[in-house]
Each structure stands twice: as C-alpha cells, then as structure tokens.
Design a protein around this ligand. Structure first.
Ligand code: SAH
Length: 366
C-alpha cells in the first residue's frame, strides 16, 4: 500500500510525499519510518522511534510521562513538538440486551463523534467514524443532517479503538468503518489509518478483519481496488434501480448502478475479496417482491453477500422499518435466486444504535 502517491488530496495530506509536514504535530498519525526520520531530525537515535511507536500503538499510552524507557528530556521535547491525540469519552451507554457499548467521544478541537463496541461470540468488533458529520446526504441517515464538519485524522480514527480497549480491557479483533462519515471521502487518512491499524508493530489487526463501508463513490472504489488490500468492501446499496436509489441517496445522481456494480467487479478482480452489499429495508419503499427480484438480477453475477438491515427509524426522517414478515420474504426471494444473504442482527437497539443518533441527542441537550 502506498499512502503518499495518491492525488486525492484533502486538508490533512499532501500528494507529494511530504507526509511528516502534512501531519504536522500529530505524532499518532506517523508511520514508524516517519517517526524514525523525526527522531533523526531531532538528533536522537532511531531506536527511540521504535520505543515510542510501541508506547503509542501497542501499549496505547495516553501521555509522554508513561513512556518509562524514554528519557524525560526527550519526552519533554516530543511534548513541545507533537500532540498526542487522545479522545475524551463524554458519554458511554451499554445495551442491557447484548452488551453493545456506544461511546460519544470529544475530539481535541471539541467536535463530537460516536463509536460502537459490539461483542460477538467470534470476538469484539469496533465501528469507527471517519468524519465529523457527512456530506453525502442519504435520506435515512442521521449523520448527514447537519452536513460535513471535517475529516478525521488517522490518529482520531485509531484512538476510537484504542480508547475502547483501554476502557474495557478487552481485545478487539474486527474493525468496521461504518460509523458517521463517508470513508472514501477521506481517502488518504483512511488508508493511513488502515496501515497503522494492521501494522505488525501496532495492534496488528488482520486486513481481512477490517471492513470499509461506502455509499458508492465509484472512482474511489476503483482507486481502493488498485491498493490491493485484503480488506472487505461493503457497499450501501439500499435500492436496485437508479430511480429508487436516487430518492434515497443523492450519490446515485453522480454514479449509476451499472457503474457501481462494474466497480465492485473490478474490486473483486483486483483483490479476490467478496463484496458485501448493505440493504436497509424501508417499509413500502424498497421491500417488495419486485425489489428483491431486481436486486437479485442486479448483483447476481458478482461474488457477493447481502446484509439486510431493517432501517433504524430516525425521528427527523419519517422512514418506517419493514415488518418481520416482509424481511423474511425478501430474504427468501434472494435465496431462491442463489444470492448469499443474512439479516443483520440489530445491536444496541436500546441505546440509539443508528449512526449519528447519540451525537444529535447529546448536542440537542437530551
Ligand atoms: N458512509 C458509509 C458508512 C457510514 S453509514 C456508507 O454509506 O456506507 C453505515 C451504514 O449504515 C450504511 O449502510 C448506511 O446506509 C446505514 N444507515 C445509515 N442510517 C441508517 C438507518 N437509519 N437505518 C439503517 N441503516 C442506516
């Protein structure tokens, strides 16, 4: 993976390889090699970089004073030069139903984001946010109601996981980038985050256990395919015709379903990874037998899997969940056409599980 040669620049990264300058004071967003260069530039021995990296990404230090094998003078100089990004959990809710924990974190600049810890039998999974707010405008989603505030830095994405590990003392084996924000709208930071997260010298989470979910920004899906990572790509589909998809997701005005499905085929060709399609069922909108038949023929030839999700009602939106019978009927129809399909277990229903809901409630004073 090459994180410096993309031309998809944003506020935080440069396309020409000046990554240390671009990440400025943010030490937790630096790779080990960059940290080595930073130590050299400070006139320090490079083995200090490895020690420091271990404190940051393995021992999950929250302050330079914890780094017991780093001389105090060096710790002091690092403190002057670099911020050590730590998130402050302002609210934590645990589901009485399934142990899901939802965190509301305050970022160093005061912005709020949400993350979720889901405890499954096969291990713990953390759902991380990739942006503060979102500009994609999906009609059923609470994260996008106030638009995009800013991109998250790699360190801010990592810290969501690190904070949760520190808080629970539990291991995390899976990471899904499915919280607030559109990860492919924050592409360079996303790649750097994945690199640090899956690094042998960090938490070393397997790429196969990382899922990135996108509303379907076609050129970025193709760019991601070219990185040839082993991560799972999840596509928020939610409709099987362009007309219907445009009503739910403004991004469908930019890219047709044909282009999207072709890009998914390309992702599979480049990576060998099966695509996941997410399909939120909204009563009377996209849950009919005809919708299921159209979906099956749209994706039928791809190596893929469909996750059906009864839509989470968002007060501001007025969409209603399909009833259980409609969900089962939809699933049966897909299965009869040979499509791999599961109905997503709803986690944390009692704690505002849906994207962006906890943050909105907190900000409106409830
Ligand atoms: N922007 C990315 C990731 C964030 S949204 C994307 O679009 O995939 C994560 C998933 O939750 C997406 O599939 C999104 O469509 C879905 N989602 C958002 N609001 C929802 C709601 N109210 N009910 C059910 N699913 C929702």
């Amino acid at each position: 993976m090459n994180i410096t040669e993309n031309d998809h620049t944003n506020d935080y990264t440069s396309a020409n390889g000046h990554t240390i300058e671009a990440y400025g004071r943010d030490i937790k967003s630096l790779t080990l090699d960059e940290l080595k260069a930073a130590m050299e530039a400070m006139g320090e021995k490079t083995f200090r970089a490895r020690q420091m990296y271990e404190w940051l990404h393995r021992k999950l230090a929250t302050d330079y004073t914890q780094m017991s094998n780093i001389p105090q003078t060096l710790a002091g100089r690092c403190r002057e030069r670099y911020d050590l990004t730590v998130l402050d959990a302002v609210r934590v809710q645990e589901s009485a139903l399934d142990g899901t924990r939802k965190y509301l974190f305050r970022l160093p600049d005061g912005n709020l984001i949400e993350s979720v810890l889901m405890r499954y039998r096969h291990g713990n999974s953390v759902c991380v946010s990739s942006q503060v707010g979102c500009r994609m405008g999906c009609r059923f989603c609470a994260s996008t109601l106030d638009g995009l505030e800013r991109n998250l830095l790699p360190s801010e994405m990592l810290e969501q996981i690190y904070s949760i590990i520190r808080d629970t003392g539990e291991r995390v084996s899976n990471v899904v980038v499915m919280g607030s924000g559109e990860p492919l709208d924050n592409y360079d930071n996303l790649l750097r985050f994945i690199m640090l997260l899956t690094d042998d010298d960090g938490l070393h989470i397997s790429q196969r256990n990382v899922t990135v979910s996108t509303c379907g920004i076609v050129p970025m899906i193709r760019a991601l395919a070219d990185e040839k990572l082993q991560i799972t790509l999840a596509i928020s589909l939610h409709a099987a015709t362009d007309d219907k998809r445009r009503q739910l997701m403004p991004v469908a005005n930019s890219y047709s379903l044909r282009e999207l499905i072709d890009a998914c085929g390309y992702y599979f060709e480049q990576t060998g990874r099966r695509i996941t399609f997410e399909y939120s069922l909204v009563k009377g909108v996209n849950d009919s037998g005809e919708d299921a038949a159209k979906l099956a023929s749209l994706i039928g030839r791809l190596n893929c899997h469909v996750n059906l999700i009864p839509v989470n009602p968002v007060r501001e939106r007025g969409y209603v969940q399909s009833d259980r019978y409609a969900v089962e009927a939809f699933k049966d129809r897909l299965e009869k056409k040979g499509v791999n399909v599961t109905v997503r277990r709803e986690m944390g229903r009692d704690i505002d599980g849906a994207c962006g809901q906890l943050r909105r409630r907190y900000m409106s004073g409830n």
